[in-house]
Design a protein around this ligand. Structure first.
Ligand SMILES: Nc1ncnc2c1ncn2[C@@H]1O[C@H](COP(=O)(O)OP(=O)(O)OP(=O)(O)O)[C@@H](O)[C@H]1O
Ligand SMILES: [Mg+2]
Length: 497
């Protein structure tokens, strides 16, 4: 069926914001249809309307020709339309099974049948190749594992339409493969899939068609086997993006003395990590998800304890026991879990951005709001924040734009060592190139940058030097002239014996 789901003249206005502006297109039954576009383009908003999270301001959605208007998510689920959200909400003290069946525990006479709940959950987890148990605590799971639970939840309701909002952002390669296998299974079973992602290779690999939104407007629907990557990017951003993930300025480093020296650092998931970091260089940290890169960075930053080893900043030994110590020393860590670790819900953009650099805005004992505002405006421009309004409430931003606020927060600290953990995760392609340029500008000013990334093109394009980690240890170092995909990947896996 060519017009299984029809979006007809959909408009959504938020106070002071038009998120969707007369969007019309349709989805075929049984296809995998991507919704793509830059941060804030309206992708999540469109799905939220379909799933009954909130109503459209005007316009109509029809499913199989009949108007479909749900007043909440549960209504949509009853109709066979399920959603895997962009942000996973869970209660840390609940077990996996309790979380799966939240609000609808199976059992007769209102008594919760724990055994059945656990057995049903175990079956779903098995289908998804998950390596955790129904009785595990939610709080002990990784972001990727929580994402798998969200997927299990959608499968559990036997939906005819499932939509995924950036499902792979926090999944390991293995989990991504499992998810893609499941998506193929669902498609073969005739289920229709809507798929939001910023990852071009996923969209080309998995989707039949994609619909491009830009600034809330429908641009076009593209058949994936009749297009090119460049054409899709052009449709998304409305301009040519050149110099994508390519270091353009020369590195300043050689011959200088290191700003940061890490010697035989060990901790929970890593051991004997040693490296030097020079002013003006971008040092890439590559490895598979779980190789221990994030843990090393957190230990340097004082967010996690270390068991042995030393860290020197400008030749002087430091031991940051808390992130605050690190910030005072001029070390910033832009964490991978930017949303979880960072946004104050009752703060607007300028207050969220000011959190790590308060002393900059003090005039005597009072906070100078004008300074805070000016800083927010400036950093907002640098990260390509939309809308770049210091007074805008951060929680109302799109997912990717909220991430940019956290980037802006750490850029406001004027640190001399900036550690970026997956800096472009969830960030659209246009803003990506802005962030790359920004990192280069920082490096040019002599700031030393560590970039943890799982994206090969990004790590090869942006780094001056790459360290590879495997199972908690540094397994290789490559200078720029030695970079090759094969060499890097070789260091991530066990050597032949
Ligand atoms: N609750 C809200 N209140 C006010 N504005 C909102 C609200 N939710 C979304 N918006 C605005 O609507 C626009 C579209 O947001 P949406 O979340 O749909 O973007 P998106 O395409 O999903 O982006 P991303 O790739 O960053 O997730 C944005 O400009 C955003 O600021
Ligand atoms: Mg979104």
């Amino acid at each position: 069926m060519d017009k299984f789901i029809e979006f007809e003249h959909i408009v959504k206005t938020f106070p002071g914001q038009k998120a969707l502006d007369d969007v019309s297109f349709s989805i075929r039954k049984g296809e995998i249809h991507a919704i793509i576009g830059e941060n804030g383009a309206g992708k999540s908003t469109l799905l939220n309307i379909l799933h009954g999270v909130f109503p459209a301001t005007s316009g109509e959605i029809r499913i199989e020709g009949k108007p479909a208007k749900f007043s909440n998510i549960a209504d949509a689920i009853d109709f066979g339309i399920a959603k895997v959200h962009q942000e996973i909400v869970s209660i840390p003290d609940m077990t996996v099974a309790e979380n799966m069946f939240m609000g609808k525990e199976p059992g007769r006479f209102g008594i919760i049948d724990k055994q059945k709940m656990n057995a049903d959950t175990a079956e779903l987890l098995k289908r998804l190749n998950c390596d955790f148990r129904p009785t595990d605590r939610m709080g002990d799971l990784s972001a990727g594992q929580k994402q798998m639970i969200a997927i299990a939840k959608a499968l559990e309701v036997n939906a005819q339409v499932i939509s995924f909002d950036e499902p792979t952002a926090s999944l390991s390669d293995k989990e991504v493969e499992t998810l893609f296998g499941i998506m193929h299974e669902l498609k073969n079973a005739g289920i229709t899939i809507l798929y939001i992602s910023h990852k071009m290779n996923e969209i080309f690999r998995m989707c039949d068609r994609s619909t491009v939104l830009r600034d809330g407007k429908f641009i076009r629907t593209i058949e994936m086997d009749k297009t090119t990557r460049d054409e899709v990017v052009q449709a998304m951003v409305g301009r040519d993006i050149s110099l994508f993930a390519k270091r353009t300025m020369p590195c300043q480093k050689r011959g200088s003395t290191p700003v940061l020296q890490v010697k035989n650092l060990s901790g929970g998931m890593f051991k004997n990590v040693s490296f030097d970091l020079y002013p003006g260089e971008i040092l890439g940290f590559f490895g598979l998800v779980g190789a221990g890169r994030t843990e090393v960075m957190r230990a340097i930053f004082g967010a996690d304890p270390r068991t042995s080893g030393q860290v020197f900043l400008n030749g002087k030994e430091i031991h940051c026991k808390l992130p605050n110590d690190a910030i005072k020393q001029g070390i910033a860590l832009i964490s991978e879990n930017r949303k979880e670790e960072g946004i104050m819900p009752n703060f607007n953009n300028m207050d969220n951005m000011a959190l790590a650099s308060m002393e900059k805005y003090m005039s005597g004992f009072v906070i100078n709001s004008a300074k805070k505002n000016a800083n927010a405006k400036d950093k907002g421009t640098q990260v390509g924040l939309k809308p770049n309004d210091p007074e805008f409430m951060t929680v109302s931003l799109s997912g990717g734009n909220a991430q940019k606020v956290i980037l802006a927060r750490w850029m406001s600290t004027d640190a001399s060592v900036m550690i970026f953990d997956e800096p472009t995760k969830g960030i659209d392609i246009g803003a990506k190139s802005e962030i790359y340029l920004l990192m280069e500008k920082m490096a040019e000013k002599g700031i030393a940058i560590i970039m943890v990334s799982s994206e090969l093109t990004e790590i090869m394009g942006m780094s001056d030097r790459i360290l590879v980690m495997r199972e908690g240890e540094i397994s290789g170092e490559l200078m720029k002239e030695e970079f090759s995909e094969e060499r890097i990947l070789n260091y991530t896996v066990e050597e032949d014996v």
